[in-house]
Design a binder for this molecule. Structure first.
Ligand code: DHB
Ligand code: MG
Length: 219
């Protein structure tokens, strides 16, 4: 068995080819993001489709995304909510938001996506609640702040997806000084201890290496 990052990536490409295939709007969004020099940290194609399926399975009509980057995951979510649905996506960097805006509009879902520029801690208190699904994929140091807002802006049954919980296994290091690991561990502890959530977490290997996501419901 060849369990290496290259093999994980090859298998991910096989699955994406098979289950997603050629998608010009998503491919254009990735190209625009690369051309603009944004970091290559968007969700993998199979992860984007997972978000899309979770939104559809849960019947989500109002989606909150924290961390837009270039709008790749936003397009997956916007497609899921349908023409009468709404995605509010929060992005701290105005340059990223401009790239995202163009790609989301070009993908034909611009009328359902509202990009709010600013740091989550500043923008989230201004939002009206009632979100059916919240995708948290921003600065890991603020994960617990984002989970708190996800609960406040959600309702019983709201689906929460928290990205990047595996961190190449570093999450087991209780003495870690990596702020992203600390932020992730704090978030996982909150999902465990805070009675507003019921959660699990899955590690993943694939195009993004060894990582994972937490999946929670607001109870
Ligand atoms: C990082 C952030 C992400 O959201 C991700 O999916 C991968 C890596 C990072 O900040 O390193
Ligand atoms: Mg991420």
């Amino acid at each position: 068995m060849d369990s290496t990052p290259v093999a994980w990536s090859n298998a991910d490409a096989y699955l994406a080819d098979l289950l997603i295939g050629h998608d010009p709007h998503l491919e254009a969004a990735l190209s625009a993001q690369r051309d603009a020099g944004l970091p290559e940290i968007e969700v993998a194609a199979v992860g984007g489709k997972l978000l899309n399926l979770l939104a559809r399975i849960s019947g989500a009509r109002r989606v909150l995304e924290i961390g837009t980057l270039g709008g790749y995951s936003t397009i997956w979510l916007a497609r899921a909510v349908g023409p009468d649905g709404r995605v509010i996506t929060v992005e701290a960097e105005a340059d990223n938001a401009a790239v995202a805006r163009a790609s989301i509009d070009a993908a034909g879902v611009g009328d359902r996506v509202d990009i709010r520029i600013g740091r989550g801690a500043d923008v989230l208190p201004s939002l009206v609640g009632g979100f059916d699904l919240v995708f948290i994929d921003a600065d890991k140091e603020s994960n617990t702040v984002y989970l708190d807002w996800a609960a406040k802006l959600g309702h019983p049954g709201t689906v929460i997806v928290l990205d990047n919980i595996g961190r190449e296994g570093e999450i087991v290091r209780e003495d870690s000084t990596d702020s992203k690991v600390v932020g992730t561990r704090d978030a996982l502890r909150m999902l465990s201890e805070d009675a507003r959530f019921d959660a699990t977490a899955l590690q993943t290997v694939g195009a993004k290496g060894w990582d994972g996501f937490a999946l929670a419901v607001v109870v």
